[in-house]
Design a protein around this ligand. Structure first.
Ligand SMILES: Nc1ncnc2c1ncn2[C@@H]1O[C@H](COP(=O)(O)OP(=O)(O)OP(=O)(O)O)[C@@H](O)[C@H]1O
Ligand SMILES: O=C(O)[C@H](O)COP(=O)(O)O
Length: 398
């Protein structure tokens, strides 16, 4: 696929550049960014555009507010975090279209950077509504997409607006696509995929295709609970999408047919409260108390994950194996991440991981630096891996 890059942008002095970035960063309850990887990755594009004298207008989403204005999903705290990394002020407008955006843009000088409020506060964003895309496009002269990790969404700010303005790929978009192609276009087998995390409904469908592309699939985190429940196990109060049991069974059957080995947890760390240092115990997965929730994989499951990593030549990983943000439920994720890092350093494994929280988990484990490649993308990474066309990339095609 060919698209224009920043190298194709001639004179952009004083031009209004709408730059789509992914600032969907992990954040604690106090509004502090807990992992800045996605911020760091978009700095080169912002800096390059700003240095060339453009008025840089950032479009981004945060969380899933479903078209409502949800205060806890405002991007305002991220503007300050971005300014700290950019070492230059970042203005903020409390809407991504309409008067407040227009006035904030009007006030920009060459090289200034402005972040517009969460695009998902408007229903038109996720619907990719033509009027919403038009309202966004009216704010800029040029569109640049640097949000590879949101490129699997055909939304107004990732797809619709790209069709209305001269469009370009940013440096991170370009780098991600090149790095993933270099690492995984012809992966050395056996290939192991590890899929965990919490976005069960938006990722489970991807597994049906994935099992035909990989030799082993470790299912962990909230995703595993759905598979355990589909086997008839009681997962108590665990994060679990019971209505996806049929899908889980279909994936298990597809894996068998494709000769892909599925590895599910056999034991789990359970607790009755979702908080740091809550009283916890390790139980077999068929003995989860009805009033408890699975927050991590147990030691036997971790051994099985490590054994799979040891058997693999290539690892692709999205989604933590437990609620790693709260101690001690980071045990499985940290142990697996460190083992994969060791195998990579020893030259036995090519390891590629991606996802907002996955990267945070690898950083937490001190393992990210040793991985072969760390992508900012989770869902987009899995879809890319499946060979799917990503709408946000497709819209940039010349
Ligand atoms: N057993 C579990 N119960 C509840 N939450 C879990 C469990 N296991 C993992 N999680 C949560 O999953 C979240 C991460 O999942 P998610 O699918 O968003 O991954 P990601 O790497 O951020 O990918 P993406 O970039 O697509 O969002 C973490 O916040 C973690 O606490
Ligand atoms: O975190 C991500 O993977 C991207 O920011 C996309 O977020 P979404 O899964 O809510 O679309």
């Amino acid at each position: 696929m060919t698209f224009k890059t920043l190298d194709d942008l001639a004179d952009i002095k004083a031009k209004r550049v709408l730059l789509r970035v992914d600032l969907n960063v992990p954040m604690d309850d106090a509004g502090k960014v807990t992992d800045a990887t996605r911020i760091e990755r978009v700095l080169p594009t912002i800096q390059e555009l700003s240095a060339k004298g453009a008025k840089v207008i950032l479009l981004a989403h945060f969380g899933r507010p479903k078209g409502e204005r949800v205060a806890s999903m405002s991007l305002e705290p991220v503007a300050q975090a971005l300014a700290d990394y950019l070492l230059q002020p970042v203005d903020f407008a409390d809407d991504c279209i309409g008067t407040s955006a227009e006035e904030a843009i009007e006030a920009l000088s060459e090289g200034d950077v402005l972040l517009l409020e969460n695009t998902r506060f408007h229903k038109g964003e996720e619907k990719n509504d033509a009027e919403f895309a038009k309202a966004l496009a009216a704010l800029g002269d040029i569109y640049v997409n640097d949000a590879f990790s949101a490129a699997h969404r055909a939304h107004g700010s990732t797809e619709g607006v790209a069709r209305l303005l001269p469009s370009y790929a940013g440096r991170t978009m370009q780098a991600e696509l090149e790095a993933l192609a270099a690492a995984l276009s012809t992966p050395v087998r056996p290939v192991l995929a590890v899929v965990g995390g919490a976005k069960v409904s938006s990722k489970i469908d991807l597994l049906e295709n994935l099992v035909s592309k990989v030799d082993m699939l470790v299912i962990g985190g909230g995703m595993a609970n759905t598979f355990l429940a589909a086997q008839g196990l009681d997962v108590g109060k665990s994060l679990c999408e019971h209505d996806l049991a049929d899908t889980a069974r279909k994936i298990t059957a597809a894996a068998e047919k494709a000769g892909c080995k599925i590895i599910l947890p056999t034991d789990a760390v359970v607790a009755r409260e979702f908080k740091a240092n809550a009283a916890s115990e390790t139980v077999a997965v068929d003995a989860v108390p009805a009033d408890a929730m699975i927050l991590d994989a147990g030691a036997a499951s971790v051994d099985a994950v490590k054994a799979s990593i040891a058997d693999a030549a290539t690892l692709v990983w999205n989604g933590p194996l437990g609620a790693f943000e709260i101690a001690p439920f980071d045990m499985a994720t940290v142990a697996a991440a460190r083992f994969a890092a060791e195998q990579t350093t020893a030259g036995k494994l090519k390891s590629v991981a991606g996802g907002g929280d996955t990267v945070a988990a690898l950083n937490h484990a001190g393992a990210a630096e040793s991985f072969s490649y760390v992508s900012t993308a989770g869902g987009a990474f899995l879809e890319w891996l499946e060979g799917k066309e990503l709408p946000g990339v497709k819209a940039l095609e010349i």
